[in-house]
Each structure stands twice: as C-alpha cells, then as structure tokens.
Design a protein around this ligand. Structure first.
Ligand code: FAD
Ligand code: NAP
Ligand code: SF4
Length: 670
C-alpha cells in the first residue's frame, strides 16, 4: 500500500520469493527476553504487537550459534533441535499478523562477557575483562559449521531469514579488521584472508538454506576505531558478499569500543545515512541504512534521496509499536517518539536488566502492561503536569475516567522542559508534544496557572499529587548573593550567565548545565557535518576506521564544575551515555574539581577549599545544581484517596523514566 505522505517508504520491496510490505526494518535489539525459554511467550507478544503495527520486516535480538558466542553468561543460543520450538512461538505470532521476521545470528567473539570467549586474536578487548582464546584453523571451521547449523535451525523455526551480525566489533568483524586480526595463516593478513571467515559463513549458509531464505549481512561500514577498515575494503567486501549470496546488506556503524557517539540523542537525526550512500552505487542488493532515524519523514527523505533502499529503526519500535501504522494513517501526532536517551533500553541491557523504554514502560513488558477496563468511572484530580502527572492523567483518561489536571505553570512538562533546553537533548520536546496531543485526544480538563486549594481537591473521588521537585538551595554563606543562579532560572531563560562560571554539583543536571553554558548558542541544533568534525569522523572514510583528528571546540565560557565527593564526576550518569557527557566537556576544556568544601560566595567569587587548601574562583556567576527536594505540601498521607508519584514522592535519583513508569502504573490501578 502506498500513501501520499510517504510514498517511497511504503513502497513494497521484493526479496527472493518474499515481499516486504514497506521499507521499514525493525532493527535487532537485545531485550533480555530471548535469553530464557520461559520468556518466549512474552517475546512472541512483543513481536506480535510490532507486526500488527505493520512493520515491514523485523530482526530478533542476537542469538549465538554456540556457547562461545554468548554475549554474556547463559545468553540465548540456538544449536540444538530441541531449542527450535520456543522460536516457533515468535514466528507464528509474527506471521499471524502478516509480517516477516529474521533471526539475528550474533557471535560476540572477544566481546563475550564470559570465560569461554574466542576470537581471531588472543588480545583482550578494552571493554571486557575476559581474555579470548585464539581460534585454531580447526576451530574456525567448527565456528563456520555452527553458524550454518544455527541458520538451518532458524529455518526450521519458520523464520523468513537470518541477519548475520558482521559489525559492531563482534567475532566476524574481529576477523575482517586488521585491528583485531593479527593472524598469519589463511584467516589473517591480506584482505582475502581476513574476509574468508565472513564469506565462507555466507556461502555455506546460502548453500544450506536455499535461494529463498533471506540472508541479511550487517556490514561494518564505518568502524570508528583506529586501524579499522577503510571505504575501499568495505566496498570490496560488499561486492563479495553480494556474490556469496546475501539478499540484503544492513549498515553497521561503530564498534562497541569506539569512543564516538553513534546512537545517543546528541547524534543528529539520520546522522549516518551518508555512510550507506557511499556504498549505494557499488552493489545491486538492497541496502538498509540505520542510526537515529526516529520519524517517518526522516525515513521517507532518506529513501526518496536514494541514499538507501530501506531504513532500520530499532528503538523507535520500543517507544511505539504502531509507528508504521500511525504513519500510514496520517496520525503522526499519535506517534510516541523515541528520544534517543538509552535510559531504559541500552542502559538496562548493559546492567543485565530487561529492556524497556523511558517513554513507553510497556515495551518488552507487553503481557504485564495490559490496559484494565474500569469498573466505575471516577472523577480524578491530578496535580502537576510534569512527566509523572502527564503519564498518570493520560492513562486514567484513556481507561475512561474523568480527569482534571492542575498545573501551576503556564505550560505542561515540568522539569522536562528544562531538559529539552540542553544542546543535544532537543528531541525531548517530542515527549511533551505527544502528551499535549493526548490531553486533547482524551478530553482531559487541563487547568494551567492553577494551584488547587484543599477544598477544590476535596470535590474529587481520587487525588494524585505529582507536584515534582524544586532545586535544593544549599546552606552556603552568601547563597543570596546576586552572583547565584538556580539551574531552573538559568535554563528557563529567566536569568543569564556571564563568562566565568562555577557550577555547584556534578550530577546529571550539573553536567547538562555545563554543556548548556559551554556552547555559544544552545538553541542551535548541530549539523551532521559539525557533529562529524567534533567527534573526528572522516566523512569520506579514507582513513582506516574512518577516524580523523577531532575539531576540539573550546567552551564558550570558562567553567568549573564542582562536587564535594572525591569520586569520578558523573558517576551516576547513564551507562551508555555518561562517557559521552564526560568526554564532551573535557574536550571543551571544562574543569572539574572534586573533594570541594564550599566556604562562601561574595563579590570576589566562590570561596572553596580543596584538601583544606583555600582558593577563590573569581567567577561572574555560581550556578546551583545541588539536587532537588520534593514538593509534598498538598499530600495528605492519611487520606486513602490521595496518591503521590514522581519527584513529589521521592526526589533522590529521580528521572523521567521513574516518573513516567510510576504515573502509568498508578493510572492503570485506580
Ligand atoms: P516535575 O517535572 O517537577 O513536575 C511537577 C509539575 O508540578 C511542574 O510542572 C510544577 O509546575 C507542577 N506543580 C508543582 N506544584 C504545583 C501545585 N501546587 N499545583 C499545580 N502544579 C504544581 N530525566 C531523565 O530521565 N533523563 C534526562 O536526560 C533528564 N535530563 C534532565 C535535565 C535537566 C536540566 C533537568 C532539570 C531534569 C532532567 N531530567 C532528566 C529529570 C526529569 O525531567 C525529571 O526527573 C522528571 O521530569 C520529573 O517529573 P515529575 O513529574 O515528577 O516532576
Ligand atoms: P544528582 O545527580 O543527585 O546530583 C546532585 C549534585 O549536587 C551532586 O553532584 C552532589 O554532589 C551535589 N550536592 C548535593 N547536595 C548538595 C549540597 N547540600 N551542597 C552542595 N552540593 C550538593 O541530582 P541532579 O543533578 O539534580 O539530577 C537530578 C536527577 O535528574 C538525577 O537523579 C538524574 O537521574 C536526572 N537527570 C538525568 C540526566 C541524564 O542524562 N540521564 C541528566 C540530568 C538529570 P556532592 O554531594 O558530592 O557535592
Ligand atoms: Fe528511545 Fe529512550 Fe525509549 Fe530507548 S528508552 S527506546 S532511547 S526513548
């Protein structure tokens, strides 16, 4: 089916004897559900919902071909006939909804977080504590056999094809790249020898599975590590893979050990589509482009411009399983957009927790988040339209309750508005827009600029207190001095900062405020070219690995970021994004001082002591980012019909993930 809005995106694509109904591939994501047989009914429902959402073709999370290929201890693998049955639940659910699904075969090689890992080399990766065993010729052949066996079993499980994971620095990539292939036998050295492993896997698999089984190869096109592949080798390998029998080539960007952001929210939208374009004219099999494509228009523009034949979106399907269906129906406002935060998806996976989504806590928990019908319609007041109040009121109203939402400010969103003001977090505004749309859609009575009185609240059957937090004001002498600015006054534009700044507090907000102050114009979104220059990405990929000298832009201000603790600043930041924030500020020359005692603030600046040594930071302004305190005044703990959520409930370690989840759960309960 084609629609007028996205004619290219909804053009079907014929691959072998199969028709992919549109150009959208749901990219592989490890959810944690694929690791245990007992979780396959949940996995099946997760995929069923995305298939019902009209996704063209989907790829499962990585399944290892054997134990040595595990990503971590006891992760999912497919080696034996008895393991096929559980996968049939997944394929049946997807086929019932008329979509296609491929199983990703992923051998982690030296990235395996376990003692049985193997590689082309015996050199340990910088991101795993386990030294790999270097594979012998015989064991390499055994690995190839296991890949083929795994593909055959996936065919028995009724998958429509497989994706062979050849990028991101996993085993196949470790053979291809001179960075990790230090062999001098027929599996190392020359290009022909380094690519033999990949090509043998494809050739032997094609022979085993026949012509019509889809083989997608995830090709590492831009490695972002030193001594990686350059464009000539990538193009040559793409052509050889085509000859070897792949049906589709998907784009792989960056190794896991790369120190360049590739999918985090500060990466511009479609920030790596240019990589796929470099290969496009060189092969005739369909090419899939990927990374930070989170909206149908972005996807349509890529296909229309001829940069790629298909787009891969992965996290956007956690945020909204119906993304394609809503795009087809012209209901873009209904799309819950992935904001690229990584907080509930990748961060969870790296902590060995089941993946989910900050903006959609039902993701990967589909069987647990079933919308409950209400037994009796209630009149409910929600106080505070931050993330907690918004998720609660929209869930309540969707279930049929009558909801009045009180908000003291002149707009909804609470603290999330301040987050969206940070350079690189521009996407956050979409969540506020999405909730604005839902408030209208579900007829919620929104009362802005309105703090309800106790007597007003007494008219309601249930009262939800979601009044959030206010900045903590530390008891430092001179805290009332005109140099002092609280973070919310700065980020909301009520106050402006000078050229020399001390930031008190090096938590999430201290980092964000420093980022905000370090750029000349925080409202200006970064272009793809500027992003590449900042992170040293060679847009011609002529240098091996595609790295060149980064253009280190100095901070627009002299900034000191301070904390009392002696631990590493930003220790509590996200697992997969904290390093980006730390590196970004370091590159800009922002100074961090730990183990600080604050003495006073006066006309001379901020007086501190570090290891008992006094010093004065001669700054124009001191920005306070010293945590937050809950606004609980309206809560009546003794009243059974009063409920408290989000920051109002608990300020410590508050983030939007918790606020939205708590709001949604309460919204389902009342
Ligand atoms: P709030 O956002 O504080 O909302 C409470 C609302 O209640 C406000 O709108 C307030 O005006 C209203 N209110 C208060 N009193 C009353 C009253 N008496 N009557 C009516 N209304 C009232 N979180 C993340 O997960 N990821 C991030 O990357 C991230 N970055 C951030 C960056 C910055 C700079 C900031 C400041 C925060 C960031 N956060 C981030 C935190 C996140 O925004 C908050 O944790 C979350 O939004 C809290 O939601 P809440 O609804 O509990 O509270
Ligand atoms: P935070 O992470 O708890 O950091 C508070 C900072 O203030 C710490 O550096 C702390 O360091 C300092 N501090 C605390 N009490 C102080 C006092 N009395 N005097 C001086 N300094 C004091 O809180 P936050 O930065 O306000 O962030 C709030 C929440 O928003 C976080 O929990 C986070 O989850 C969320 N957030 C997340 C992101 C993200 O990228 N994921 C970004 C922004 C915010 P010392 O005690 O060592 O001085
Ligand atoms: Fe996207 Fe954040 Fe949800 Fe992950 S947690 S899918 S990055 S919105």
């Amino acid at each position: 089916m084609t629609t007028t809005n996205y004619p290219n995106l909804f053009e079907p694509l014929r691959v072998g004897n199969k028709t992919i109904k549109n150009r959208v591939l749901m990219g592989s994501m490890h959810t944690g559900l694929e690791d245990r047989a007992k979780n396959y009914p949940k996995l099946a429902e997760y995929f069923r919902q995305r298939a019902a959402g009209q996704t063209g073709i989907m790829v499962t999370g990585g399944i290892a071909p054997n134990v040595s290929g595990w990503v971590g201890p006891f992760s999912g693998f497919l080696k034996y006939g008895f393991q096929v049955k559980r996968h049939k639940l997944v394929t049946a659910a997807v086929h019932q909804e008329g979509s296609l699904i491929c199983m990703q075969i992923l051998h982690s090689g030296r990235y395996g977080y376990h003692p049985f890992n193997v590689s082309a080399t015996d050199k340990q990766s910088p991101i795993t504590p386990f030294k790999p065993k270097k594979l012998t010729d015989k064991k390499i052949r055994k690995q190839i056999h296991d890949f083929v066996n795994c593909a055959r079993l996936s065919q028995k499980a009724n998958y429509d094809g497989i994706e062979i994971m050849g990028s991101e620095g996993y085993l196949i990539n470790q053979f291809i790249s001179p960075r990790t292939n230090d062999r001098d036998d027929q599996w190392g050295g020359s290009y022909e020898n380094r690519t033999r492993f990949a090509l043998e896997i494809v050739k032997q698999t094609r022979k085993a599975v026949g012509e019509d089984f889809i083989i997608i190869f995830r090709l590492s096109m831009l490695e972002l590590v030193n001594n990686g592949s350059s464009i000539d080798e990538v193009i040559r390998l793409a052509k050889d893979l085509e000859k070897a029998g792949v049906s589709i080539i998907n784009t792989g960007i960056g190794w896991h050990e790369a120190r360049v952001p590739t999918i985090a929210t500060m990466v511009p939208r479609a920030g790596f589509a240019w990589v796929t374009e470099l290969i496009k004219k060189e092969v005739s099999v369909p090419l899939v482009t990927t990374n930070r494509i989170n909206h149908p228009q972005v996807a349509e523009d890529i296909i229309a411009s001829g940069k790629a034949d298909m787009v891969s979106m992965a996290r956007p399907f956690l945020a909204d399983p119906d993304l394609v269906k809503k795009s087809q129906a012209g209901q873009e406002q209904d799309i819950n957009i992935c904001i690229g935060c990584n907080q509930a998806c990748l961060d969870h996976v790296f902590q060995n927790k089941r993946a989910s989504c900050l903006v959609n806590p039902a993701a990967c928990h589909e069987t647990e988040f079933v919308k409950q019908p209400i037994s009796k319609m209630k009149n409910i007041a929600v106080v505070g339209a931050g993330m907690a109040g918004l998720s609660c009121s929209t869930t309540l109203a969707e279930r049929g309750h009558q909801v009045t939402l009180f908000e003291a400010a002149n707009k909804i969103g609470g603290q999330f508005n301040l987050a969206a003001a940070i350079p690189g977090k521009e996407e956050f505004v979409h969540t506020i827009n999405y909730f604005t749309h839902l408030l209208n859609k579900h007829d919620i009575n929104l009362k802005l600029n309105h703090k309800p009185s106790e007597s007003e609240l007494s008219q309601f059957d249930e009262v939800v207190i979601a009044t959030g937090v206010t900045p903590r004001v530390p008891g430092i002498e001179g805290i009332d001095h005109e140099k002092v600015i609280l973070y919310h006054d700065l980020l909301s534009g009520r106050k402006q900062a000078g050229k020399k700044i001390a930031v008190i507090g090096a938590g999430g907000i201290g980092f964000d405020v420093s980022e905000y102050l370090s750029v000349e114009n925080p409202d200006e979104a970064q272009s793809i070219a500027d992003f590449c220059a900042e992170w040293g990405i060679d847009q011609r990929i002529e240098s091996p690995g595609g790295l060149i000298k980064a253009h280190d832009e100095k901070s627009a201000r002299e900034i000191y970021m301070l904390q009392r603790k002696t631990t590493k600043p930003g220790k509590g930041l996200g697992k997969t994004t904290g390093w980006i924030h730390r590196l970004s500020l370091k590159k800009k020359g922002v100074k961090t001082i730990t183990g600080v005692s604050y003495d006073k603030i006066d006309d001379a600046g901020l007086h501190i002591r570090v290891k008992e040594k006094p010093q004065v930071l001669d700054v124009d302004h001191v920005i306070i980012c010293a945590g937050q305190i809950s606004n609980k005044e309206l809560h009546r703990e003794e009243a059974e019909n009063y409920h408290i959520i989000g920051g109002a409930d608990l300020a410590a370690e508050l983030d939007a993930k918790r606020a939205i989840k708590q709001g949604t759960l309460l919204g389902q309960k009342l």
